[in-house]
Design a protein around this ligand. Structure first.
Ligand SMILES: Nc1nc2c(ncn2[C@@H]2O[C@H](COP(=O)(O)OP(=O)(O)OP(=O)(O)O)[C@@H](O)[C@H]2O)c(=O)[nH]1
Ligand SMILES: [Zn+2]
Length: 362
């Protein structure tokens, strides 16, 4: 059994649930039971390509991952992420190596456009889904984010930023309340104001880990700074170096909140393709599934067929969004070979129709 100092590791998010999780794993091969004295439990607080910054509860260390571990992770089609708990050994003073990843109890990943899986964060209790009450406001996107957080087993909280400068604030908040599941917390904040710490207090207790997700400029780093009480993360509009205007976060990193929780800031998500099966994703649209079961037409696709039971009860926009999410999930489930086959099918169809057009021309 690895010994660890609970009080010390509590600062970086260790909780009873995790201790039990680790204990149950030492009886399997996932975590070595005979770890020697030199082995320590730490948490990844930042990743940069093949380098990791770890926190041991007192201080930070730079480390690399052992080749054997990289092979194991590759075979599982996953990578180390911010928030992962790892076992670490020191080979020489300052020369730290990650030997084992404690299998995370939650893990948020997405599919890149080339279909590869990209790890976003591990061991997350709450996802703060940030969206500005300005031009960023997009209920469809928020609905998909909620489904994806839920499919990863992470509790979503909608955080509407820029409540101080947004347009139609009351109306937009009301629109979301009407559209989203009734038990889902929706909090409107001014991310620059310390009052945000009071509004988010229920999720900020010690032993909790949160991740901020949302588009670039939504105010994730601003909120991180307010919750952590230390200006660690750069935010726009001041930007050093390239003079391209706004600062933008380029790596994921874990910070300690003044109220005890840990928070992971992430770069803006341009796209967040789901990395989950359709069933898990559909769970937040369970009303649609129920209605679909009661649809009188057996072969109905619930996509606008006249007389469809689903279309009669679900707002058209929400239904379109549901179908889009299911299509994205199906695409993520394709293998790279499937995708190549689909692309070449479209290419040849396109060529054929271009040829037909040419032949028609006088
Ligand atoms: N007035 C006001 N401005 C805000 C608020 N939240 C963020 N901003 C401003 O919006 C701009 C973008 O905020 P950031 O915190 O950098 O956005 P981000 O989500 O971290 O963006 P990326 O790092 O690119 O992903 C900055 O100029 C912030 O000062 C808010 O609640 N109220
Ligand atoms: Zn940021």
């Amino acid at each position: 059994m690895i010994d660890f100092d609970f009080a010390k590791l509590r600062r970086i998010g260790l909780n009873q649930e995790l201790i039990q999780h680790i204990a149950s794993l030492t009886s399997t091969s996932a975590v070595p039971a005979n770890a020697d004295d030199a082995t320590q439990l730490m948490r990844i607080v930042e990743t940069q390509r093949d380098q990791f910054t770890l926190h041991d509860g007192d201080s930070q260390h730079r480390a690399r991952a052992a080749t054997r571990l990289l092979h194991v992770l590759q075979a599982q089609a996953t990578t180390l992420a911010v928030g992962d708990w790892v076992l670490v050994q020191q080979h020489a003073p300052g020369d730290w190596w990650i030997t084992t990843r404690i299998p995370p109890f939650t893990h948020i990943a997405r599919r890149a456009n080339d279909g590869r899986r990209q790890s976003l964060a591990s061991n997350i209790d709450t996802a703060l889904l940030a969206m500005g009450l300005d031009a960023d406001f997009n209920p469809r996107r928020m609905e998909r984010y909620i489904a994806m957080a839920g499919a990863a087993g992470v509790a979503p909280v909608v955080v509407l930023t820029k409540a101080d400068i947004g347009t139609n604030v009351q109306q937009r908040v009301a629109e979301l309340r009407e559209r989203l599941p009734a038990n889902l917390p929706i909090i409107a904040v001014n991310g620059l104001d310390a009052q945000a710490r009071v509004e988010l207090a229920p999720w900020l207790g010690a032993g909790q880990t949160l991740v901020l997700l949302g588009s670039s400029g939504a105010g994730k780093s601003t909120l991180t700074n307010t919750l952590t009480c230390e200006p660690l993360q750069d935010t726009g509009p001041v930007r050093r170096g390239d003079g391209r205007g706004q600062h933008t976060t380029t790596s994921r990193s874990l910070h300690l909140c003044s109220e005890g929780a840990c928070i992971i800031d992430t770069p803006g998500l341009r796209t967040w393709r789901p990395d989950a099966d359709s069933e898990a994703l559909a769970a937040t649209f369970d009303d649609i599934e129920m209605l679909a079961k009661a649809c009188q037409f057996r072969d109905c696709r619930h996509q606008g067929e006249p007389g469809c039971n689903v279309a009669a009860h679900v707002a058209a926009d929400r239904l379109l969004n549901f179908h889009k999410l299911m299509r994205d999930a199906a695409r993520s489930e394709q293998t790279p070979l499937d995708r190549i086959a689909e692309r070449s099918k479209w290419k040849s169809l396109h060529k054929a129709s271009a040829a037909r057009l040419r032949n028609k021309r006088p």
